[in-house]
Design a binder for this molecule. Structure first.
Ligand code: ATP
Length: 638
């Protein structure tokens, strides 16, 4: 293998944490990853009479070296270990034992700077559908580039990336989603890459960047990546499935994996010669990547084919292990390290770790993005307001102008309880159905060290408030007069609105807690009604709490439905006198009697407001803790 001299330049200005002329190398030697086999799987294997090892080795004996400006493709059949290798090199793995060494310019990856030094483009292009291409990349720049860099410099960086990725013609087009048509699949992938390129990372990892793209678009995306790697001296590693010939020709190096082991690392031509020397020449009219996959994939179609392919793969593994190229890796890496040490200028300053902007800038930028997103989600906005208006009309007409006789009081009692339930469902449901998906975007961004969990959670919470207040008021303001709640003092009206706005906020905090904890929206939509039903059941209106098992009774003290119901009932009935006109004597003398009958007298209504605010604070704190955990990216370098 050839050795060149590598120079890592110090950043020339505060414009970025890295330079556009990065040079260097990334290497891995004898890398392996093994994971503990769960006890249940071991038991099942032992029962079936097979081996029951405590650990499973996913990849082993992996070696490689990639120099600045090179594009390396990791290829292999399904389950060969491509993603495992890429993720191990990128440090994006969960539990497991990592063996061997992984180095950047001869030094182990530094956890403090690694997230800035490298970028990882995930297979799924998770982005905000309402933002345009330019806005999406610009937000990434504002969040990831240092505050010391001017807005003009950041805008110039965004422009450069848009040009480099050939996105100029769609820079003002929205990303779009299933419902609203936006940019094409290839453009989406390029935007995903652009988001990661804003920090000018030295190393770029891409997981299946061509998946779901047609052959022509796939070629354009990889050609783009190749140009960027060459122009800006980037180290690029990607996993890819059976690329067509012209894409294969763009790779400087291919890594062929089979059953978690390397069978080739080098050029495509080298691989063809290597396998030909083992008796597997490229058949005429065949794409080399099809040929490689045909011969290195474990064939599971029958026992005979499995044994035959297993033996062939073992031969390939052994041949590679003994090859001159394989044996020279250690020496290559040592030589490159010596070169790097001799020529590196202040390597420690290659990138700077830590947060790039202050908490306030992160919060402001994320809030701005969230507001933009909410305002542009016109369907969701309209749906929420329409639902509030619709429920207001339905409830308002069903309980229209209830009077103060026995039945009227019963009606008011019921409508107040119903308002509490309806508002809880109306607030929790949309948060729970949208937040888990947003959390995936946040997790991706946090994996790149973009911002703190606290600024993400706080901005999400604050951005939900305007919509929350508007929809609560649309529902409750006319309803009060339609139902005919008390009109002896305007203060009661405003207290009614205040209690409901506080209730909506507490319900919102509950939605954020559930949305932070559940894996996806579907689970959230099942779980949230269960929680709300429990709060409803233990509100004291439906079940006699004295008769319920002790273990459930605490729920009444945290039931926001019970608390709000008490505050609204006291607001409506306290201090009122009723005429007892019913000849059968079934009537209430005064409001206090109503409250006593339904056990709604204590605590006082202002205490209830305080209780709801306290519960909101606790729910937000728990929500934040949950969110920090569930949006925590995987990063393990050892
Ligand atoms: N966390 C895990 N627990 C158990 N087995 C795992 C785990 N991660 C990966 N594996 C196994 O390791 C092997 C390699 O998986 P990997 O995802 O790296 O394959 P791949 O080459 O990327 O496949 P594909 O192209 O199908 O995505 C597979 O057999 C997979 O089942």
């Amino acid at each position: 293998m050839q050795h060149t001299t590598f120079v890592v330049e110090k950043p020339q200005s505060n414009a970025s944490s890295t330079t556009s002329e990065q040079t260097g190398f990334f290497a891995w030697h004898d890398v392996s990853l093994s994971i503990a086999v769960p006890a249940a799987a071991r038991k099942a294997a032992a029962k079936a009479g097979g081996d029951a090892p405590t650990h499973k080795t996913l990849i082993q004996g992996m070696n490689g070296i990639v120099r600045a400006g090179e594009v390396v493709a990791i290829m292999g059949g399904s389950g060969a270990g491509k993603s495992t290798l890429l993720n191990t090199l990128a440090g994006r793995i969960g539990p497991g034992d990592i063996g061997g060494t992984i180095t950047v310019n001869g030094k182990p990856r530094n956890p403090a700077t690694w997230q800035t030094e490298c970028a990882y483009v995930e297979q799924d292009d998770l982005m905000h559908s309402t933002l345009t291409v330019e806005e999406t990349i610009a937000y990434s720049a504002h969040l990831r580039l240092p505050s010391t860099m001017s807005r003009a410099e950041k805008a110039a960086r965004v422009d450069q990336i848009i040009m480099d990725l050939g996105l100029n013609s769609c820079r003002a087009t929205r990303i779009g989603d299933h419902d609203t048509r936006g940019i094409s699949g290839g453009e989406r992938k390029r935007v995903s890459i652009g988001i990661e390129l804003v920090t000018n990372p030295a190393i770029l990892f891409l997981d299946e960047p061509t998946s779901g793209l047609d052959a022509f678009t796939a070629y354009n995306v990889i050609a783009n990546i190749k140009d960027i790697a060459k122009q800006h001296n980037k180290i690029v590693l990607m996993t890819i499935h059976q690329p067509r010939t012209d894409i294969l020709a763009l790779f400087d190096t291919i890594v062929l994996l089979s059953t978690g082991k390397t069978v080739w690392f080098g050029t495509t031509h080298g691989a063809l010669d290597h396998f030909a020397s083992l008796g597997f020449s490229l058949p005429p009219q065949t794409n080399p990547s099809d040929h490689f996959l045909d011969i290195i994939t474990l064939d599971q179609r029958s026992d005979a084919l499995r044994t035959e392919s297993q033996q062939r793969i073992e031969r390939f593994v052994e041949a590679w292990r003994k090859s001159a190229e394989s044996l020279s890796f250690k020496g290559d890496i040592e030589a490159a390290t010596r070169d790097a040490e001799a020529s590196l200028v202040e390597q420690a300053n290659w990138v700077e770790g830590g947060w790039k902007t202050s908490w306030a800038v992160e919060f402001g930028t994320l809030l701005d993005r969230n507001f933009k997103n909410t305002m542009r989600s016109s369907t969701a906005f309209a749906a929420t307001v329409t639902q509030s208006a619709f429920m207001m009309l339905v409830v308002g007409f069903v309980f229209f102008r209830s009077n103060d006789d026995y039945r009227g009081i019963q009606n008011k009692f019921i409508v107040i309880f119903f308002i509490c339930i309806n508002l809880t469902f109306a607030v929790v449901a949309p948060v729970v159905s949208t937040f888990p998906a947003e959390r995936l975007i946040i997790t991706r961004e946090r994996a790149a060290g973009t911002y703190r969990a606290s600024s993400a959670f706080a901005s999400k919470w604050i951005s939900t408030l305007p919509m929350l207040v508007v929809s609560t008021l649309v529902f409750s303001m006319p309803l009060y007069w339609m139902v005919g709640l008390r009109d002896d003092s305007i203060g009661h009206y405003f207290f009614f609105l205040l209690v409901l706005v506080v209730h909506a906020n507490t319900a919102n905090a509950l939605g954020l807690l559930i949305g932070s904890g559940v894996k996806d929206a579907q689970i959230g939509q099942v779980f949230a009604p269960i929680v709300i039903t429990l709060l409803m059941m233990f509100s004291g209106e439906l079940v006699n709490l004295e008769a319920t098992p002790v273990v459930f009774r605490w729920i009444q003290y945290v039931s926001i439905i019970a608390i709000t119901n008490k505050a609204l009932a006291q607001n409506e009935f306290l201090g009122r006198a009723f005429e007892c006109t019913d000849t059968r004597g079934v009537c209430y003398r005064d409001g206090q009697q109503v409250l006593d009958t339904f056990v709604l007298s204590s605590p006082g209504m202002w205490v209830s407001v305080g209780q709801n605010l306290a519960i909101m604070a606790v729910l937000l704190a728990l929500g934040f803790l949950m969110f920090s955990r569930t949006s925590q990216p995987k990063l393990r370098l050892k």
